[in-house]
Design a protein around this ligand. Structure first.
Ligand code: ADP
Length: 415
């Protein structure tokens, strides 16, 4: 057994997953949320892969939870208390961390700036750097750091590793990451494109290469990560060369609640004519736009139901969403000079055949041909959805960011 604990910490919640890296199977996962509220919630799931003896815990009379979830409500004042609750859940419901303690803890960190381009062993200096990068990610990095500090208290004797969402995109050339604004202003405020979802783009591009049985270094790939947040990356030989998210995750594709690309002058107009403040505009573009702003729901399933019910707003939202996907598909085919593999991943990418079909519909001229039956198949797991005649292989690849974080954590912890 080689257990690695993965932590994804937000400001008032954190998710965790314990993965046995000798088999890459998840032993347990959980969510601690509403930290700091009157009553918090802790959910812990033990998977059937955990052995019955370790899952029975040490408390006499505790039932054995196999492939079972238990939810508790209790006050959780801060992240440190949240980790204590998580440790209690492991002790009572298993698997026992006393028997098989994690050999390392991996932490998702949203922003690594231009400083972190690989998974990094966390030291007090690295913590200071993550904190300093909060200037660029004020919502995310402080929350990630709160999780790191509490986890280091809970697991003081094992290596902790930071895995950055931005790291995979540190291979972007200046031509791809530079905004065409006053260079001195940009430099003094570190304004450039960073890109996000890197852990997922890396995982999916590697899984796709393994699946088609060709070396990663030989492949030109486009990966569409379409979840609530969405981004697309052009990957040449395993290196990110262009990506749709930029200085923040707001740029690029139409998302659940974010606008994606927009003429910045719209903001000047709304500030001058509608009297909207910077905070109003931030809220508008990040939380009240995208599918939600266009059609009243950020969930593509609702958009689909709306189209079927004849709602013109739902139809327009879908058309805008797919139009943007197509634009990026074409742009990245051009940046790469063609593609060998195009993959779809995350909630929408894995589950919405009509989105996949719409995104690639016009790319027949580039040798992209989706097989409607394969595309509509309810089959799970990594699969081909292009025809045998298609010169570009189109795949659906379920993403697994936690497993990727655990792999990268192990690669650092093992050295
Ligand atoms: P996050 O970005 O929050 O991690 P996910 O990758 O889980 O999100 O994606 C969530 C989104 O996936 C939902 O908001 C919804 O739009 C979409 N989604 C999930 N299941 C389906 C489905 N069966 N059909 C269409 N869209 C789906």
């Amino acid at each position: 057994m080689t257990p690695v604990l993965v932590i994804n910490s937000g400001s008032s919640s954190f998710k965790y997953q314990l993965i046995d890296m000798s088999t890459e199977r998840t032993l347990a996962s959980g969510l601690v949320e509403r930290i700091g509220a009157e009553s918090g919630v802790a959910r812990h799931t033990v998977y059937a892969t955990a052995s019955a003896s370790s899952a029975s815990g040490e408390v006499a009379g505790t039932p054995t939870f196999l492939d079972a979830t238990r939810t508790r409500e209790l006050p959780i004042p801060d992240h440190t208390a949240g980790f204590a609750v998580m440790l209690e859940a492991f002790a009572s419901d298993g698997p026992s961390l006393a028997d098989t303690p994690p050999i390392a803890v991996g932490h998702r960190v949203v922003h690594g700036g231009a400083r972190f381009f690989e998974p990094t062993l966390i030291t007090p200096l690295v913590e200071i750097n993550i904190d300093e990068l909060s200037v660029l990610a004020p919502l995310h990095n402080p929350a990630n750091l709160a999780g790191i500090v509490a986890a280091r208290e809970a697991f003081p004797d094992v290596p902790h590793v930071a895995v950055f969402d931005t790291a995979f995109h540190q291979t972007l050339e200046p031509a791809a990451y530079t905004y065409a604004i006053d260079a001195e202003v940009a430099a003094s405020h570190r304004i450039r494109r960073y890109g996000f979802h890197g852990t997922s783009h890396k995982f999916v591009s590697e899984a796709a290469a393994a699946f088609v049985g060709r070396p990663l270094g030989e492949l030109k790939q486009i990966v569409f990560h379409l979840g609530n947040g969405a981004s697309v990356t052009a990957i040449d030989g395993g290196r990110s060369i262009d990506t749709s998210m930029g200085f923040t995750p707001l740029e690029g594709l139409v998302m659940g609640t974010r606008s994606g690309d927009i003429d910045p002058a719209v903001l000047f107009q709304l500030a001058r004519r509608a009297g909207m403040s910077i905070d109003d505009l931030d809220d508008l573009l990040n939380k009240r736009s995208g599918l939600l702003g266009l059609a009243g729901s950020n969930d593509l399933r609702d958009i689909r139901a709306g189209i079927e019910a004849g709602d013109p707003r739902a139809l327009l939202a879908f058309q805008v969403y797919v139009h943007r996907l197509r634009g990026y598909a074409g742009a990245y085919l051009a940046q790469l000079g063609g593609a060998d593999v195009i993959s779809f991943t995350a909630g929408v990418g894995e589950n919405a055949p009509h989105v996949r079909a719409g995104a690639l519909e016009t790319l027949g001229f580039a040798g992209v041909e989706i097989d409607p039956e394969r595309n509509e198949s309810p089959q799970r797991g990594i699969r081909v959805i292009s025809t045998d005649a298609s010169t570009v292989t189109v795949l659906v690849v379920p993403t697994d960011e936690e497993l990727e974080i655990a792999r990268q954590t192990l690669s650092v912890a093992a050295t």
